[in-house]
Write a protein that binds this ligand. Structure first.
Ligand code: RP5
Length: 165
């Protein structure tokens, strides 16, 4: 069974993380969810990252806000793919989190989704897992087909509405 991990720098990040947990669960991926902070529990961040591959984790999502170093620190200790999820902040609307995560030094990539992009973080993790698990790829194709059908239905409804103007 596919195995993912989602880490967040603070429990206060959970609302942003939740859509990632939901989409991974919906696709049947075993998902470990932890609060681990690069700054407040750096030893635990190191221990988790160093042992992740051996424990069977295949992809790691790291959510953090402000000086958001969690994804970068985790990526420093593993060759597993790390997805950064920037959390919106009061001061800069999350631009601080986004830049802290995305502007990694050469050699240590963190694949970064948009601010508060929890669902996209989950979907990107699924796309990575689909390389090894064809059944996940199949479900992703169905998911995209459903989205396309909804857009087509919305467009048809809009055309109807416009005729009445
Ligand atoms: C970061 O600081 C966390 O990821 C969180 O987004 C932010 C604020 O944390 P709290 O002060 O709410 O615990 O480390």
């Amino acid at each position: 069974m596919a195995k993912a991990a989602i880490l967040m720098g603070s429990k206060s990040d959970f609302a942003v993380v939740k859509p990632a947990v939901e989409v991974l669960k919906k696709f049947g991926v075993e998902t470990q969810v932890r609060v681990i902070s690069a700054h407040r529990t750096p030893d635990e961040a190191h221990a988790f990252a160093a042992g992740a591959e051996e424990s069977g984790v295949e992809v790691i999502i790291c959510a953090a806000g402000k000086a958001a170093h969690l994804g970068g620190v985790i990526a420093a200790y593993t060759t597993l793919p790390v997805i950064g999820l920037p959390v919106k902040t009061d001061m800069m609307g999350g631009l601080d989190s986004l830049l802290s995560i995305v502007q990694m030094p050469s050699g240590i990539p963190v694949a970064t989704v948009g601010v508060n992009g929890g669902e996209n973080a989950g979907l990107l993790a699924l796309q990575i897992l689909a390389l090894r698990y064809p059944e996940i790829g199949k479900k992703l194709k169905q998911f995209k087909a459903q989205m396309a059908a909804k857009i087509a239905a919305d467009d048809a409804a809009l055309q109807n509405e416009l005729q009445g103007l």
